[in-house]
Design a protein around this ligand. Structure first.
Ligand code: NAG
Ligand code: NAG
Ligand code: NAG
Ligand code: NAG
Ligand code: NAG
Ligand code: NAG
Ligand code: NAG
Ligand code: NAG
Ligand code: NAG
Length: 561
C-alpha cells in the first residue's frame, strides 16, 4: 500500500504539463483527489506579465454529453457565478498575480463536494479577447467505506461434497470508488481455483456509493476446521490506498467417522461390585455419529455416547461393543472392550456347630469365593492366630472358648474384605472370677462394686447372697447388673459397706455349681474364703497406677480366684 501511495503521489506531481498549442500558457493538474463532503481546490496557473483580462471556468459532464457548461466568469472587475447551477453557494475563485515571475493563478474552491462533482474542470485564461489558453483537471471523489463485516455459515460444511461450498460472506458498505474484497485463509490470500471460488455482487446505492458483497466457496478439507478466514478490503483514499480487515472466523467442518474408540472409567484400577462404571464411545468424525451399545450381544438402551453402569455386579462383566452409524455416509464402525467386575462373597465357616467338651479338638475352615486371589487369617481378641483358612483347636479348655474372627482380603483390591465371627463354647462347670472395686477418691462413699465373671457353657446363672457377719442375718441384695461375655456371664452389684458383710456369688449350670464368698469390712479390707473346683490359679492382688496425694485413700482390690 505504501508503495502504491508513493507511486500515486509521483504521478500526481508530474501532471503539471504545458499546453504549448495555446497563446496563453495555462498549467493544471491532471486530477485532484478529494473526500466526499470535503473541500476541493483546483489550481489554474498561467504565465502572463499582466494579470489575466478574463478567466472562465467550465465543467464537462462525464458520459456521452461532452458539452461544456460555464460555471464561473471573471473579467478583472466583476465575477459571475452562473445562476441555476448546482455550484451556486459552493464555489469561489481566488486570484493572484506575481509580475516579477510573470505568473498568475486562479484557484477554484468547491465546498461540500458531492459525488456529482466528479467531472472535468476547464480553466480558460484570456490576455486579450482573442488570445487565450486553457487547462483541465479531473476531480476525483473518495469515500471510505464502513468497516467490513464477515459472517460464516451457521451449518457445518461437509468434506464429502464434490463442489466448493459456501463457507462465509463478507460485506462492505458506502465505498467510493468501489472497494475490493480479498479473502484470506490463515496468512495467505485465496486465489480462484478448482477448490476456491468467490462470487461478488456490487450494488450502487441511490446516493451513488457502492456496496460490495463477496461469498467465499471452497471445497473444505478436515484441516479447515483449524483454519481462520477473514476478508481484507482495499479502497482508494485521496492520494493513496487503504486497507481494513474483518475479524477472523473459523468454520465448522463435517467429516465422516472412520474409527470409534471405547474407554472405561475407572481405567487405572480393578472394578469391583458396587462401583460405578462409565463406558464412553468416541468417534473421530464430526458431527458425532449415532452410537449403539451391546453387552454380550444384548442391546443396551443408551441414546448418548456414554453408558453409565451404576452399582455394578458380576453380571455386568463381559464384552461391551459400541457401534457407530454415520447418517451422512451410511457407514458404521465398532470397538469392543472386556470388563471384569471382581467380587468377594460372604464368608462361610465350617463346621457351624462349635460347642466343645473339654479336651475336644476342632478344625475351623473359613472360605469366601472371589474372582481374585485372596488371603485368609484367623484372629482372637484382635491377635492374629494363623494366616491361612484352616484353624485347628486342640485339647479344648476354657481358654479355648471365645470369639474367633476370620478375615478374608484381596491383596490386589484392598477395598474387598470380609469378616466373620465364630463363637466357640467349651462345656463344663462354671469358673468364677471376682473383682472388687472401692471408690478411690470419695472415702466417705463406702460403696464397693463387686463383679463376678462366670465362664462356662451352657451359660451359668449367677446368684448373689449377702449376710451380716455379726448377726448372720441375710441382707437384701442390691440391684444386679449382668451381661453376656464371650465365654460366660458377668454380674455386678454395688454394696454400701456400712457394716461387715459376707457377700456370696454362686454360679451354676448343668455341670455344677461353684461359689465365692467375700467378707467386706467397713474399712473395705476384704477377707476371702473360696471354694473353686476348677480354679488352678492362685490369688493375685493388683493395685492401680500410683497417683500423687492418694496414699491414704481406699484402694481398689482386684482378686482373681
Ligand atoms: C498575449 O499573450 C501572448 C503570449 O504571452 C503575447 O504574445 C501577446 O502579445 C499578448 N497580448 C497582449 C495584448 O498582451
Ligand atoms: C480493485 O480491483 C481492480 C481490478 O483488479 C483494480 O483495478 C483496482 O485498482 C482495485 N482497487 C483497489 C483499491 O485496489
Ligand atoms: C471456533 O469456533 C468455535 C465455535 O464455533 C469457537 O468456540 C471457537 O472459539 C472458535 N475458535 C477460534 C480460534 O476462533
Ligand atoms: C447395589 O446392588 C445390590 C444388588 O445387586 C443391592 O443389594 C444394593 O442395595 C445396591 N446398592 C446401591 C447403593 O444401590
Ligand atoms: C474379550 O474376551 C473375548 C472372550 O473372552 C475375547 O475373544 C476377546 O478377544 C476379548 N476382547 C478384548 C478386546 O480383549
Ligand atoms: C489336655 O489338657 C490337659 C489340661 O490342660 C492336660 O492335662 C492334658 O495332658 C492335655 N492332653 C493333651 C493330649 O495334650
Ligand atoms: C461402680 O459401678 C457404678 C455403675 O456401674 C459406677 O458408676 C461406679 O463408678 C463404680 N464404682 C467404682 C468404685 O468402681
Ligand atoms: C453361698 O451361697 C450358696 C447358695 O446360694 C450356698 O450354697 C453356699 O454355701 C454359700 N457359700 C458360702 C461360703 O456361704
Ligand atoms: C460353697 O462353697 C463351700 C466351701 O466354701 C462348699 O462347701 C459348698 O459345697 C459350696 N456350695 C455349693 C452349692 O457349691
Amino acid at each position: 500500500m505504501t508503495l502504491r501511495y508513493i507511486a500515486l503521489l509521483i504521478a500526481g506531481l508530474s501532471v503539471f504539463t504545458c499546453k504549448t498549442w495555446a497563446v496563453v500558457d495555462v498549467s493544471m493538474e491532471d486530477w485532484v483527489d478529494v473526500s466526499l463532503k470535503g473541500q476541493a481546490e483546483i489550481p489554474c496557473i498561467y504565465t502572463l506579465k499582466e494579470p489575466a483580462k478574463m478567466i472562465v471556468w467550465f465543467t464537462k459532464l462525464p458520459g456521452r454529453d461532452q458539452s461544456r457548461r460555464r460555471i464561473y466568469y471573471y473579467d478583472g472587475q466583476k465575477t459571475v457565478i452562473e445562476e441555476g447551477s448546482e455550484y451556486v453557494g459552493r464555489i469561489k475563485v481566488t486570484h493572484s498575480h506575481e509580475p516579477q515571475n510573470a505568473r498568475g493563478s486562479a484557484i477554484l474552491i468547491i465546498d461540500n463536494v458531492q459525488l456529482s462533482d466528479q467531472r472535468e474542470y476547464i480553466c480558460t485564461v484570456y490576455n486579450v479577447s482573442t488570445d487565450s489558453g486553457e487547462g483541465r483537471t479531473r476531480l476525483q471523489i473518495f469515500n471510505s467505506p464502513s468497516l467490513p463485516v464477515i459472517e460464516g455459515m451457521h451449518t457445518g460444511i461437509s468434506v464429502t461434497v464434490e463442489e466448493p461450498s459456501k463457507v462465509a460472506q463478507c460485506k462492505v458498505d458506502d465505498g467510493y470508488p468501489r472497494p475490493n474484497i480479498t479473502w484470506y485463509k490463515g496468512r495467505f490470500p485465496l486465489q480462484q481455483s478448482e477448490e476456491v471460488k468467490t462470487m461478488e455482487l456490487v450494488t450502487t446505492k441511490p446516493n451513488g456509493l457502492f456496496t460490495v458483497h463477496s461469498d467465499l466457496y471452497i471445497k473444505v478439507e478436515k484441516t479447515d476446521e483449524d483454519a481462520l478466514f477473514y476478508c481484507e478490503v482495499k479502497y482508494f483514499v485521496p492520494g493513496g490506498v487503504r486497507m481494513t480487515e474483518t475479524k477472523k472466523i473459523n468454520i465448522t467442518v463435517h467429516y465422516p467417522t472412520t474409527e470409534v474408540t471405547l474407554s472405561v472409567n475407572p481405567h487405572d484400577r480393578l472394578i469391583k461390585e458396587g462401583d460405578t462404571v462409565k463406558i464412553r464411545c468416541v468417534g473421530n468424525g464430526k458431527p458425532p455419529p449415532i452410537f449403539s451399545f451391546t453387552h454380550n450381544g444384548d442391546e443396551l438402551s443408551s441414546d448418548e455416547e456414554m453408558l453409565l453402569l451404576d452399582n455394578v455386579s458380576r453380571s455386568n462383566s463381559g464384552t461391551y461393543v459400541c457401534q457407530s452409524f454415520d447418517l451422512d455416509t451410511g457407514t458404521s464402525f465398532e470397538d469392543s472392550i472386556n470388563i471384569t467386575v471382581h467380587y468377594l462373597d460372604h464368608i462361610v465357616v465350617t463346621p457351624e456347630e462349635t460347642v466343645l467338651d473339654q479336651g475336644d479338638d476342632l478344625t475351623l475352615t473359613c472360605n469366601a469365593l472371589s474372582s481374585l486371589p485372596t488371603q485368609t487369617a484367623w484372629y482372637k481378641h484382635d491377635m492374629q492366630l494363623v494366616e491361612r483358612h484352616v484353624l485347628e483347636l486342640n485339647n479344648a479348655s476354657y481358654d479355648t472358648a471365645g470369639m474367633y474372627m476370620c478375615k478374608v482380603t484381596v491383596p490386589s483390591l484392598p477395598d474387598l474384605q470380609e469378616l466373620k465371627s465364630v463363637q466357640v463354647s467349651v462345656r463344663g462347670k462354671p469358673k468364677l472370677t471376682v473383682e472388687m472395686a472401692a471408690d478411690p477418691v470419695n472415702k466417705a462413699d463406702r460403696s464397693v462394686n463387686l463383679t463376678c465373671h462366670a465362664e462356662g457353657y451352657p451359660s451359668p446363672t449367677i446368684t448373689w447372697t449377702l449376710s451380716d457377719q455379726w448377726t448372720g442375718q441375710p441382707v437384701p441384695v442390691p440391684e444386679v447388673e449382668s451381661q453376656k461375655t464371650d465365654t460366660g456371664v458377668l454380674s455386678m452389684i454395688s454394696v454400701r459397706a456400712t457394716s461387715k458383710l459376707t457377700v456370696n456369688c454362686s454360679a451354676a449350670n448343668e455341670f455344677g455349681t461353684v461359689n465365692v464368698s467375700h467378707k467386706i469390712e467397713a474399712s473395705a479390707r476384704v477377707k476371702t474364703t473360696t471354694t473353686q473346683a476348677t480354679s488352678t490359679k492362685g490369688t493375685r492382688l493388683t493395685t492401680p497406677p500410683k497417683q500423687p496425694h492418694t496414699a491414704r485413700r481406699k484402694r481398689p482390690v482386684r482378686m482373681i480366684l
